[in-house]
Design a protein around this ligand. Structure first.
Ligand code: SF4
Length: 193
């Protein structure tokens, strides 16, 4: 394709939303990070990142008390591990519904496994007595997946193998092509009512 015929979007790199702790930011409850070198040193060469940390961006401090998900009677709450009276469900839910629209700009998402906010499938759930009763998505992830069900979504554990990384990147590029082709079709319809 000639430089003259290339549209601006042809030159854009894919945009991937990534949990900030995976990018080496010290935002976890205990002030640590969980940097993944493949993301920061390899994926960053090919993609741009939208950094997100639901807990910090919802207003929680670093460091902060650890929370866990407690399920009961149709509810799922993020309560303190040491102090069950600490309830940050409202802050995290408000952040999630307010920010999830941003994911309309991205081509994929990589979230921190097992987190009460970011975990996609493996976040432990407890009953009110502290007994582990299963696992599922975190408070931000479940909103993200419900609103953007076709968005390629994964976590750092699933990306441990080369095969999984290549498969994820192929999903990202396919999703990006579909997203841009939808946008250009909508643009033509708007320009030619
Ligand atoms: S897992 Fe999510 S909420 Fe927790 S520190 Fe990482 S980015 Fe923030």
């Amino acid at each position: 394709m000639s430089a003259e015929s290339a549209s601006p979007q042809d030159n854009e790199r894919p945009l991937i939303a990534v949990s900030r702790c995976l990018l080496g930011e010290s935002v976890r409850y205990d002030g640590s990070d969980r940097r993944v070198a493949w993301i920061t040193d390899v994926l960053s060469v090919h993609c741009d990142f939208l950094r997100l940390c639901p807990e910090v961006e919802a207003g929680l401090a670093v460091p902060r008390p650890a929370v866990r998900l407690v399920a009961g009677e149709g509810s799922l709450r993020a309560l303190g591990v040491a102090d069950p009276d600490l309830d940050v469900t409202r802050e995290l839910s408000r952040y999630s519904t307010g920010k999830v629209g941003l994911l309309g700009r991205v081509d994929g998402i990589i979230l921190k496994a097992g987190s009460p906010s970011c975990g996609l499938t493996d976040t432990p759930r407890f009953d009110s007595s502290g007994r582990e009763i299963g696992s599922g998505a975190g408070l931000f992830s479940r909103v993200a997946v419900a609103v953007w069900p076709a968005l390629p979504a994964t976590d750092e554990v699933a990306l441990e193998t080369e095969v999984a990384r290549v498969a994820f990147l192929m999903q990202v590029f396919r999703y990006r092509c579909r997203r841009h082709s939808r946008a250009s079709t909508q643009g033509r319809v708007l320009n030619n009512p």
